[in-house]
Write a protein that binds this ligand. Structure first.
Ligand SMILES: NC(=O)c1ccc[n+]([C@@H]2O[C@H](COP(=O)([O-])OP(=O)(O)OC[C@H]3O[C@@H](n4cnc5c(N)ncnc54)[C@H](OP(=O)(O)O)[C@@H]3O)[C@@H](O)[C@H]2O)c1
Length: 250
């Protein structure tokens, strides 16, 4: 696996204004990298760039093909070509099969944000990255990609798909200088994913723990960077996965 140089890079971080994305932006900013963050809320992007001087932002709904095209044009004009893509933006919604279409109303949005947009970004950027050295893709999956939380079935399935996709991507790119990293966070208590910050428990990590693990993993060439409690889930046997499933879906 490729070890990465962690300064002097040009990095796009989707969803970089809050939570894990912002912690990653802050970590790379402190190491001396040029960063572009994107997200849908301008106030959050402005707040983040104020905190990280020199960082650029672009308001973009990554699930919209038109918005993605506008962002690519902005990058070509005002930011330049990247050598690291961090596919981080994501949403999590409950879904209940028993309540029919009403209980399942968010699934298109989850699939288009968490999966389809990541694929479109890869289709757009991998040819560009293949001309850079060093270069990297970071796909943010989740412990729930290994053991689903049944309240969030579609979210969990999109994260399992990101894991599978990352394995194939890494294999396809093995003859290139592109390092393909999967970041696998456990439950993180200080982000906006669940609409509010959570009360910290032993099995949760902070967004800065996750960013620090990513930096360390990229530096040492660890392809699957599982953090905190997700380390057990990532390496579990099928029997252990079944018992973790029972534990978290009581
Ligand atoms: N928190 C956890 O427990 C946890 C655990 C495992 C994995 N993860 C993963 O970590 C990643 C970051 O999540 P987080 O916990 O840091 O939550 P967060 O604070 O809500 O961050 C998600 C970011 O994505 C952006 N985003 C969402 N939809 C978008 C869209 N359509 N277009 C552009 N940007 C969009 C959001 O900004 P806007 O709303 O302004 O667009 C936000 O900045 C996600 O992929 C999540 O699945 C989180």
């Amino acid at each position: 696996m490729n070890k990465m140089r962690l300064s002097g890079n040009k990095i796009l971080i989707t969803g970089g204004a809050t939570g894990i994305g912002f912690a990653i932006a802050r970590a790379f900013h402190s190491l001396g990298n040029d960063i572009l963050i994107c997200g849908r809320r301008k106030d959050r992007l402005d707040e983040a760039t104020k905190f990280l001087p020199g960082t650029k932002s672009f308001r973009c709904d990554i699930s919209s093909p038109e918005d993605r095209s506008r962002m690519y044009a902005f990058m070509a004009d005002r930011f330049g070509e990247i050598n690291i893509l961090v596919n981080n933006a994501g949403i999590q919604r409950p879904a209940d099969f028993l309540t029919g279409e009403d209980g399942m109303k968010y699934f298109h949005e989850e699939i288009s944000t968490n999966l389809e947009a990541q694929l479109c970004m890869l289709a757009h950027f991998v040819p560009m990255l293949s001309k850079k050295s060093p270069a990297a893709v970071v796909n943010v999956s989740s412990g729930l990609g290994f053991v689903p939380l049944s309240r969030f079935p579609v979210y969990s399935a999109t994260k399992a798909a990101i894991h599978s996709l990352t394995l194939s991507l890494r294999h396809q790119l093995k003859g290139t200088d592109i390092g393909v990293f999967e970041l696998i966070p456990p439950t993180v208590y200080d982000t906006e994913l669940k609409g509010k910050t959570l009360d910290k428990t032993d099995w949760m990590s902070s967004s800065s723990d996750v960013a620090a693990a990513l930096v360390h993993g990229m530096e040492t060439g660890e392809s699957e960077i599982a953090v905190g409690a997700a380390r057990r889930w990532n390496r579990a046997s099928r029997d252990e996965l079944d018992s973790i499933f029972d534990e978290i879906n009581r």
